[in-house]
Every structure is written in structure tokens, then in C-alpha cells.
Design a protein around this ligand. Structure first.
Ligand code: NAP
Ligand code: G4F
Length: 344
């Protein structure tokens, strides 16, 4: 049988890098697609660039989700069995500042990929994975599952909801194997530095080294269902191996506040955080010596935020045989340890 081939759009991101590792391990030929950048943007896949896989099993390509012709060109030249569309302007707060660009990349970008598969007559050959998100639920019922109504509350979530329905529309209209992975927050040492978990673990590692420092945060009361990115990319692959295309929630089933994440991260360096004050004046101090380590910066609040995301992954467990391996405390620990190591 011919080797399986996969195209990963967004290969330089957290998930793209982990999925590349997984598919290479499974023996795939991987076409890793990155966009042009004025500085190096391959840190998360440098280990692949420097390995035996580079240009033998892993082939880099340039394209941009805002540029149909670039997508048509690379899909035509590679005709992959599987396309994982992980490219996105993925920062929710930033989407309020750049709603048009976010919609162009996250909504229309997905349409461009699906349309390219159709135009190139690859519907019977190429399967499509859409990186959907728990953000599409907004403030709704808890826990959220595949049948929960959507009420997106950010330009990012609205764009991703467009992509979600477009994926289903191509499945129903043209018989394309197209699936939505509705993934809840997933993190790890390769997580972007401006997402709250990594922002906290990097700061905690710095405080551990310098014995001082303050983290400025926004909404401490938001609850998120945080899982481990390595576990989650495996679910993407599993969805693409099913007989029938379908959509799945991927989560841990547990939610924790940003405040709890802060406490747990500091616990890993032997500091117990006590909270004092209220609202914008709330601070987090070291219980033993009174040093201030957390303050509130109103600039990190969003015009609207989701109070709680907690997913019910029972459909994925039943049909894909998937369940999360790493839970909250171990996730925080591995992220803090990794940032401490990087800081040495
Ligand atoms: P990420 O680290 O932000 O990676 C996003 C990737 O998309 C990067 O490779 C980025 O390139 C690329 N990209 C951005 N704009 C592009 C454009 N116009 N054209 C081509 N590529 C572009 O995100 P992630 O955490 O890996 O998440 C992967 C996907 O899952 C995203 O679609 C995200 O929205 C979605 N998602 C993530 C989570 C989560 O908790 N991580 C949960 C649910 C859904 P650069 O490296 O050059 O910036
Ligand atoms: O880490 P966050 O920026 O992630 P958010 O907004 O939940 O989005 C992530 O997960 C989604 C899946 O549900 C993905 F689709 C999306 O691409 C992305 O990966 O913020 C988490 C929570 C929010 O409630 C935010 O208001 O943390 C709160 N927060 C409090 N202080 C902060 C901060 N968030 C950030 N980024 N920075 C802060 O200082």
C-alpha cells in the first residue's frame, strides 16, 4: 500500500508541531505548511528540521490561509490523503482588535481549503479536519457536548462557528470526509506565551529564579477545561481514521479557575499564594513573606468572556476510544518544570 500522506496547515503552531511528531511516528509523509514571516517562526518544529525526517518524510511548504492561489497550488502538487487545518489567528482577545483579519483567516480561510479540495476534484481522496473549538459554545449550558446550542461571544468564536458549519455543509452537500474536532483548551510547554497558562508558568519559573516578580492578569474567575496538547492531537488523528465523518468534543471533563491555575503553579515552586483585596485591587501574595506576585491589569479583560467551559467527552470515549491521560495538576507541573528548565 502507498504511504499515507498528510498536510498540516499551521505546522508552526503548538498543535501543528505535536501532530507532526505523531504522524511522523506513525510513518506518514507530512507536508508541513507555514506562512511567510519576517523572522524565524519554526522554533516548535526545529527538532524536525534538524532530524532525519527533514526532506525525506517531512516536507515544508509555504501558503497563507488568506491566499486561495497559494492553497490551490500546494494541494494540487501534493494531493494528500488527509488535510489538518490548524491554521488560525487563535487568540480570542486579539480577535476583538482584529475582527476582520480573524474572520478572513479563521472563517473564509477554512472555506478556501474546502473549496480547493472540491475544485481539484479530490473529494474522494482527501479527508479534511477542521480545528473547531469550545469557544463556539459561549456562555451556555455546562457541561458542553456535541448537542449543546452555540452562542459564540467573540469575533474568534463567530469565525470558528462559520468554519464549523461550512465543514458540515461540505460533508452533507458533496459527501466529503470532513470533520470538526471541538477541542477544549489544551496546553503544554509549546503553548504560545500570551495564553494565560503559559504566561503564568513562564512568570512562575522567572520568579523561582529571581526570587521576585509580578504577574499582571485579567479575569481570575474564568473557568476553563485545560487538557494536554499531546493527548489532544491524537484525537484529531483518530477522528480522521473513522469509517464515517463526524464531529467530536475533546476535553477532560474538569474545569478550574485561572486563580486555581495560579495557586497550583506557585505550589510547584514552594510558594503558597494568599489573595487580598477585591476586583481590580485584588493581589496575590506569598503567604510566608508577604511579597506581591500577582496584580490585576484591566487591559487583560475582554469585552465579553466565557465564565465556564467544561466539556463532556463521552462520545469521543465511546466511538474513538479516546480519553485524556494528563489532568490538571500534572499539566501545571509539567509546564512549570519545562519553563524552569528553559530558564536555566
Ligand atoms: P497556534 O499555536 O496559535 O498556531 C496557529 C497556527 O496557524 C500557527 O502555525 C500560525 O502561524 C498559523 N497561522 C496563523 N494565521 C495564518 C495564516 N493567515 N495563514 C497560514 N497560517 C496561519 O494555535 P494552536 O494552539 O496550535 O491551535 C491550533 C488550532 O486549533 C487553531 O486553529 C486554534 O484556533 C484551534 N484551537 C486551539 C485550542 C487550544 O486550546 N490550543 C483549542 C481549540 C481550538 P505562525 O506560527 O506564523 O503564527
Ligand atoms: O488562555 P486564554 O487566552 O485562552 P482562551 O481565550 O480560553 O482561548 C484558547 O482556548 C480556546 C478553546 O476554548 C481556543 F479556541 C483558543 O484558540 C485559545 O487557544 O484565556 C483563558 C482565560 C480567559 O477567560 C481569559 O479572560 O483566561 C483569562 N485570562 C485572565 N488573565 C487571561 C489573562 N487570558 C490571557 N490570555 N491573558 C491574561 O493575562
Amino acid at each position: 500500500m502507498k504511504k499515507k500522506t498528510a498536510m498540516i496547515l499551521g505546522v508552526t503552531g503548538q498543535d501543528g508541531s505535536h501532530l507532526s511528531d505523531l504522524l511522523l511516528k506513525k510513518g506518514y509523509l507530512v507536508y508541513g505548511v507555514k506562512r511567510r514571516s519576517s523572522s524565524f517562526n519554526t522554533q516548535r518544529i526545529d527538532h524536525i528540521y534538524n532530524s532525519k525526517y527533514f526532506n525525506t518524510k517531512f516536507f515544508p511548504f509555504y501558503a497563507d490561509l488568506t491566499d486561495s492561489s497559494s492553497l490551490l497550488k500546494i494541494i494540487q502538487s501534493t494531493k494528500p490523503h488527509e488535510i489538518y487545518n490548524l491554521s488560525a489567528q487563535s487568540h480570542v482577545h486579539t480577535s476583538f482588535e482584529t475582527p476582520e483579519y480573524t474572520a478572513n483567516t479563521d472563517a473564509i480561510g477554512s472555506l478556501r481549503v474546502l473549496e480547493a479540495i472540491k475544485i481539484l476534484k479530490l473529494i474522494d481522496k482527501t479527508k479534511y479536519y477542521q480545528a473547531s473549538t469550545s469557544e463556539i459554545f459561549g456562555n451556555t449550558q455546562i457541561p458542553q457536548r456535541e448537542t449543546t446550542p452555540f452562542r459564540p461571544t467573540s469575533p474568534y468564536a463567530i469565525s470558528k462557528l462559520y468554519a464549523y458549519w461550512t465543514t458540515i455543509n461540505y460533508r452533507e452537500s458533496y459527501g466529503m470526509f470532513a470533520v470538526n474536532g471541538i477541542l477544549f483548551n489544551h496546553e503544554g510547554p509549546r503553548r504560545g506565551e500570551t495564553f494565560v497558562t503559559r504566561k503564568i508558568t513562564r512568570a512562575v519559573a522567572k520568579i523561582n529564579k529571581e526570587k521576585r516578580g509580578i504577574i499582571y492578569l485579567g479575569n481570575l474567575n474564568a473557568k476553563r477545561d485545560w487538557g494536554y496538547a499531546v493527548d489532544y492531537v491524537e484525537s484529531m488523528w483518530k477522528m480522521m481514521q473513522q469509517k464515517k465523518p463526524d464531529d467530536f468534543v475533546i476535553s477532560t471533563g474538569e474545569s478550574h479557575t485561572v486563580r486555581e491555575f495560579v495557586e497550583e503553579a506557585f505550589k510547584n515552586i514552594g510558594i503558597k499564594i494568599l489573595w487580598k483585596g477585591k476586583g481590580l485591587n485584588e493581589i496575590g501574595i506569598n503567604k510566608d513573606n508577604g511579597k506581591v506576585h500577582v496584580k490585576i491589569d484591566p487591559g487583560y479583560f475582554r469585552p465579553t468572556d466565557i465564565s465556564e467551559l467544561r466539556g463532556d467527552y463521552s462520545k469521543a470515549k465511546k466511538i474513538l476510544g479516546w480519553k485524556p491521560k494528563v489532568k490538571f495538576k500534572d499539566l501545571v507541573k509539567l509546564m512549570v518544570q519545562s519553563d524552569i528548565k528553559k530558564n536555566k
